[in-house]
Design a protein around this ligand. Structure first.
Ligand SMILES: [Zn+2]
Length: 389
């Protein structure tokens, strides 16, 4: 594949930010030195090359063959970033636990334990990078920190560059803080040699497994969800960065631009349920009209805006839309935990309603499901839910 991109500097003055499995929304100022706006001018597949080799850029960045609805990437820098972040969080938690209970030697197993053996020199470089992440980012949430959301997007945009400083190629200046650029560029050779090949393989495997479902069902599901949420599905494909680690939730979404990050290794994202995770996350970017309607109805009734009802509704809706489709396509090898109807939606399977959303589940079954079945209007369904709170 040959792709040429034009980067155009841009300033976005305000935007929203949506999380993966917790909901917040706030305005923010953001500035890009280089640009999220990218035009792919040429897309030439060289048929004699193996598909993965053909797709690989200088860093092994990888975007799958064109799919409807989504654009799936396995990018080098964004994976390095999430790996360092994950290890920094683990190191911090470990040192906290050791402080709390010095006699307990059985701390949780870290990724450091499973990492391939590094030479002393490599370990020193890697540990310095992790230490930097402990100090700079371990306390910040991938989902809620504007700084981390912007950083992730920048690293995704520069996936085809083998540097971030622009020393060799001017257009590879990612405009990151100098110390971070230096840390990432020093850790890159260690990561590329020891860790990245396996992570990239896992990412590509995940992409290859979910792609047939996206091809066969993606357009129909996106149209149905847009209709339900009374929203327009984005005209551009939604970028999905597939990474080894993607927050405690296994996946998260940020907006402006709308981008999804999904872990290829998280057990919750495997098999056909991966399709539901993709559409749940994408719904974070399109289900805003429901949130607005809930808020409006609450204000009219002078009620407190229910925390997370919107998020429970997104879980429920994605599950209900996808359940019949996946029930028909569940493999016969028994690899998917099924219900009597063949497919158990994510929130049911992972016990999300049972934790604290039982009341919401009842509201959704009583008042939102009739809307999904076409027997009441959007406005009435939301009004009934809010009235019953
Ligand atoms: Zn979510």
């Amino acid at each position: 594949m040959i792709s040429t991109r034009i980067r155009i500097g841009s300033i976005i003055l305000a935007g929203g930010f949506v999380c993966g499995h917790g909901w917040r929304y706030y305005r923010r100022f953001r500035m890009h030195h280089h640009a999220p706006t990218r035009l792919i001018l040429f897309f030439v597949v060289i048929p004699l090359l193996a598909p993965f080799q053909a797709a690989a850029g200088p860093q092994g960045s990888y975007a799958n063959r064109p799919l409807p609805v989504f654009e799936l990437h396995s990018g080098f820098w964004i994976n390095l970033h999430h790996s360092l972040y994950q290890e920094a969080r683990e190191r911090k938690e470990r040192s906290q636990k050791e402080k709390d209970a010095r006699d307990s030697q059985k701390s949780s197993k870290s990724s450091a334990d499973t990492k391939p053996a590094l030479t002393a020199a490599e370990r020193k470089i890697w540990n310095e990078a992790v230490s930097f992440y402990v100090a700079a980012y371990a306390d910040k949430d991938l989902q809620f920190s504007t700084e981390l959301a912007q950083l992730k997007d920048q690293l995704g945009d520069f996936e085809d560059c083998d540097e971030l400083s622009g020393r060799v190629r001017k257009f590879c200046d990612a405009g990151l803080p100098p110390q971070l650029t230096q840390i990432l560029e020093s850790a890159a050779p260690v990561y590329r040699a020891r860790i990245w090949p396996e992570q990239d393989r896992a990412n590509r495997g995940w992409i290859a497994r979910v792609s047939p479902l996206v091809i066969s069902q993606g357009v129909a599901i996106s149209e149905r969800l847009a209709e339900i949420y009374q929203a327009r599905w984005p005209r551009q494909k939604i970028r999905v960065d597939v990474t080894s680690y993607a927050s405690w939730a296994g996946a998260y979404t940020t907006t402006d631009p709308l981008r999804v990050t999904i872990s290829s290794l998280d057990t919750r994202n495997q098999g056909t349920p991966a399709l539901e995770v993709l559409f749940h996350e994408a719904s974070h970017g399109i289900a805003e009209p429901v949130q607005a309607a809930i808020i409006r109805e609450c204000r009219q009734r002078d009620k407190a805006i229910p925390r997370d009802l919107w998020h429970a509704l997104v879980f429920y809706t994605t599950g209900e839309v996808i359940r019949p489709i996946l029930a028909a396509s569940v493999p016969s090898d028994g690899s998917i935990k099924g219900s009597a109807q063949g497919y158990t939606p994510y929130a049911m399977r992972e016990g999300i309603y049972q934790r604290s959303w039982n009341e919401y589940l009842q509201l959704l079954q009583r008042f939102w499901l009739p809307y999904l079945n076409g027997s009441v209007s959007f406005e009435d369904a939301v009004a009934h839910m809010v009235s019953a709170l």
